[in-house]
Design a protein around this ligand. Structure first.
Ligand SMILES: C[S@@+](CC[C@H](N)C(=O)[O-])C[C@H]1O[C@@H](n2cnc3c(N)ncnc32)[C@H](O)[C@@H]1O
Length: 260
C-alpha cells in the first residue's frame, strides 16, 4: 500500500498498449481517450499503482509519474535535458545533498527539478533564466512535480553579466554560449568546486574547453556523451531495440582550483 492520489496531483495513466497519458486530477472531471472514459473521482483517493477500468472496459494502470516520465510529458518552452543526460549530469557534476548550486538557464525546468531533488532540503539552488516566459514555465513545472519549494531562487537575469552569489559548490550550465559564463563561474565557485555544462554541438564543446584551458583557475577538463540503448526482451526475442535516441548533447566538466 503506497500513497493515495489527491485532487490537483499529476497522474500517469498507461493503457494495455503501453500508451501514456499525464492528467491532472480534478473532482468531477473525466479523462476521455479512444477506449472510453475514466472519471477522476475513481482515481482521487485510490492508491498509487492502482488499476482502473474505462467505460469501454479498457484496463489502465495509474501511477505517480517518476521524474523521467514527468519531464518527457510536461509543457515545454525550451528543449529539456533528456533523462539519460540528467542522470549523467548529476553524477559528473557531483551534485550532493546539501550542495549550494548555481544553474543557468532554467528553460522548461527539467534539470532544475533533477538538481533540486539531488541537493535535497538542506541544499540551495539559484537558477538564472534570461527569459521571463521560460522562467514562468519552469516555475509551473517545478511546482507541479515538487510542490512549493523553499530552497530555490529563480532569477530572471543574464548569467553572462555575472553571478552575484559566492562560495558555491557547483555551477551547472545549459545555455547556448557556456564559455561566456566561465569567468562568472570561476568567481562564484569556491576552490575545489565543480562546473558542468551540457551542449548539443561540438562547436560549443570546443569553445568551452578552450575557455577553460586558457584560465589557470580550472583543471581536469573532461567531455563525455552518454548513449543509452534500450532492449526488446520478449520470450526468445532478446535484442537491442531498432530505434534509439542517438544524439542529444555533450557534457563538459571542470574543477575550480587555486590560481597560484
Ligand atoms: C536549452 S534551454 C535549458 C533547458 C533546461 N535545462 C531544461 O532541462 O528544461 C536554455 C535556456 O537558457 C536560457 N538562456 C540563454 N542565455 C542565457 C543567459 N545568458 N543567462 C541565463 N539564461 C540564459 C534560455 O532562455 C533557455 O531557456
Amino acid at each position: 500500500v503506497g500513497d493515495r492520489f489527491e485532487a490537483g496531483e499529476r497522474v500517469l495513466l498507461i493503457d494495455s498498449r503501453g500508451r501514456n497519458y499525464l492528467i491532472t486530477l480534478s473532482a468531477g472531471a473525466a479523462f476521455h481517450f479512444h477506449r472510453g472514459i475514466v472519471d477522476h473521482d475513481h482515481l482521487i483517493g485510490a492508491f498509487d499503482g492502482a488499476r482502473v477500468t474505462s467505460t469501454q472496459g479498457e484496463s489502465l494502470i495509474a501511477l505517480k509519474p517518476t521524474l523521467s516520465e514527468f519531464v518527457l510529458k510536461m509543457p515545454r518552452g525550451a528543449q529539456v535535458v533528456y533523462p539519460k543526460d540528467l542522470a549523467a549530469i548529476l553524477v559528473q557534476a557531483d551534485i550532493f545533498p546539501g550542495a549550494r548550486v548555481i544553474e543557468a538557464g532554467a528553460g522548461s525546468g527539467a534539470l532544475t527539478i533533477a538538481l533540486l531533488r539531488a541537493v535535497g532540503p538542506d541544499g540551495y539552488l539559484t537558477t538564472y533564466e534570461v527569459r521571463e516566459d521560460f522562467a514562468a514555465t519552469a516555475r509551473d513545472n517545478i511546482e507541479a512535480f515538487l510542490g512549493k519549494v523553499e530552497n530555490l531562487e529563480l532569477k530572471v537575469a543574464d548569467i553572462y553579466d555575472g553571478i552575484s552569489e559566492g562560495e558555491v559548490d557547483r555551477v551547472v550550465l545549459d545555455l547556448p554560449e557556456p564559455w561566456r559564463a566561465v569567468a562568472p563561474a570561476a568567481e562564484a565557485l569556491r576552490e575545489g568546486g565543480a562546473l558542468a555544462a551540457y551542449m548539443p554541438t561540438v562547436v560549443q564543446v570546443q569553445a568551452l574547453a578552450a575557455a577553460l584551458e586558457d584560465d589557470i583557475r580550472w583543471a581536469l577538463v573532461k567531455t563525455t556523451e552518454t548513449l543509452v540503448r534500450s532492449w526488446h526482451v520478449r520470450g526468445r526475442s532478446v535484442r537491442p531495440d531498432h530505434r534509439m535516441v542517438a544524439h542529444t548533447g555533450f557534457i563538459t566538466t571542470a574543477r575550480r582550483v587555486a590560481a597560484d
